[in-house]
Each structure stands twice: as C-alpha cells, then as structure tokens.
Write a protein that binds this ligand. Sequence first.
Ligand code: ACO
Length: 308
Amino acid sequence: MNVGIVGIGRYVPENVVTNQDLEKRMDTSDEWIRTRTGIRERRIAGDDINTSHMAYFAAQKAIEDAGIQPEDIDLILTATVTPDQPFPTVSCMIQEQIGAKKAAAMDISAACSGLMYGMVTAKQFIETGVYKYVLVIGAEKLSKITDWEDRSTAVLFGDGAGAVVMGPVTDGRGILSFELGADGSGGKFLYQEKYICMNGREVFKFAVRQMGESALNVIEKAGLSKEDVDFLIPHQANIRIMEAARQRLDLPIEKMSNTVGKYGNTSAASIPISLVEDLEAGRIKDDDIILMVGFGGGLTWGAILMKW
Ligand code: ACO
C-alpha cells in the first residue's frame, strides 16, 4: 500500500514584520538580511496567538481539504519545539478542539526536521494497516524563544503552521522513499536555553552538506535519478542554503519552493506552508515527483521523495 498526503492546510499570523521594522529595533539593515538570508519579512504572532491556535487553523483546513471527518483521524502528530507548554501536548489540545475523538495524540520534537519525522512516522502506522488517517502538523511560535536583543538570530525566524492529512493513496502516488538522520554531536551548534542559541556558520556548513546528501540518497533509494525530480521543497531557513541544494540537483530556479522571503524560518512549519503555496500557485502538478528536505537542531535531518 502507498501512503501519501490527502489533505493540506496552512496558517500564518496576519502581523507582518519587515526588515525595515527590524532596522528600527536593532543594529541591522534590510540589505544585510536580504543578501545573507533572502528574508524580506516574517509573520509574528501576537500575545493572543500561541502555537496551538496556529496548529488548529492549519489542521482544520487540512481536514476539510481531505474531505474526511475529525472522527476519521486515528493519530495526531504535531512537530514543534515551541509547544504552548510541555504538557498537555499541542496534539492533545488539537484532538479536543477539532473533536478527533478516537485519535491518539503526541508531539514530535525534531526542530526544523519535525515535519519529515512526523510524516515518516505516520507512514509506518498507515502502511501496516494499524491506522488509516494521520494528521501531521508543523507549528511554531519561534518569536517566543527569540532573543530580540540578538541581531544574529532575531532576523531569521517567523511564526506559522502547516498541516497534512496522510492516508492510503493509489496509482503509484505517495511516498517513494525517505531518509531520517541525527547527529547529536552537533547539538552544541543550535539549541535553546531561554532563547535560541546558534553557531550560524557551523549550522550553515552542516545544512549545505546534509541537504544535498539526503536529497541524493532518497532519489537513489527510489531507483530514480535527479532528472526525475520535478520540484524541490527545501526547509526555508536561508536562500543560500536552499540554492546549494537546488544546484546539487541541477534544478532550474522555478522548480524550487521559495517562501523564506516572506515568512523567514518557521522551523517545522516551513515545508508544509511552502507545499500549500506551491500547490495553490500551480507550481506542483499531478504526478510530479517532489522532494522535501529539512534540517535542524539536534542536529537532525529528513528527506521525503513523493509522487504527487
Ligand atoms: N545585521 C547586521 N549584521 C549582522 C547581523 C545582522 N542581523 N547578524 C550578524 N551580523 C554581523 C556579525 O556580527 C558579523 O560581523 P563581524 O564580521 O564584524 O563579526 C558579520 O555580520 C558576519 O556574520 P557571519 O555570522 O559571518 O555571517 P554569515 O555570512 O555566516 O551569515 C547567517 C549568518 C545568516 C546566520 C548564516 O550563518 C546562516 O544562515 N546560518 C544557518 C542558520 C540556520 O539556518 N539556522 C536555522 C537552523 S534550523 C532550526 O532548527 C531553527
């Protein structure tokens, strides 16, 4: 049985914070941020919007898009490093709010690779026939763990949520191959104490190397070649890192998702937000081979190759 995405949804807060807004708050410039990261603006949630609120809106849309009822969902997995509180989990909050009465629920903590970890976990349960529909959410309110006095990190992050409903699919569609990985020895390069702490250069080097390798690995595992890939959705952290992955695959620029400019790095939410926007814009078509690849704190990484 093949397992794929049967519904999608996204939510971003309305409040836009531009690079020019940040220039007024800290010693930075629009030019520095754009040339180093590709980011022009990001969405920042107000005090009345927490991670679970964004997760809820994205989840509602994904369930509607899938054309199923909340009672049909067997498991809810929310990838987040910014839950409302350690417990109850965001997944349990969503379970109650959407009325997914029979669903089990737990959160997944794999930083920016979280959605990849969630989707691969969902695939195992569906493939074995244990569950039919799994709701996988990536939701982050990174602004609450951002040190707004630290220009080296504050300019990078944004808030938002994306969700996918996973279930059985036919006609050779769905996940063709995947890879998950971790290297705990790199944990010191990206972690949270009170706020996000990061060695930008080390994370940059790791990301460029790992995104390219994981992308090529999943292509090989599926018995395909890089010419077969129609569209790339890299984790939206930094345009230079994304560009390195694109060039490794020899893909033209229009074959890569690029939402980092308007949302910044939304961690586990970045890939599903991009997926929704690329589908809505018609950049992904039926039967396209799409490659999603993420990396993040842990250090962790994950890649999924799927036929849409
Ligand atoms: N505005 C202006 N100047 C700045 C800013 C800023 N916002 N931030 C840093 N600078 C300065 C630095 O102080 C430094 O000045 P100096 O040379 O006088 O010391 C200079 O700019 C260059 O800094 P670098 O760190 O060398 O800049 P670099 O080219 O490496 O870019 C960046 C920094 C954008 C952070 C890059 O390293 C990067 O993108 N790394 C990966 C980060 C990432 O993807 N993190 C997300 C991980 S996913 C997750 O799990 C959350």
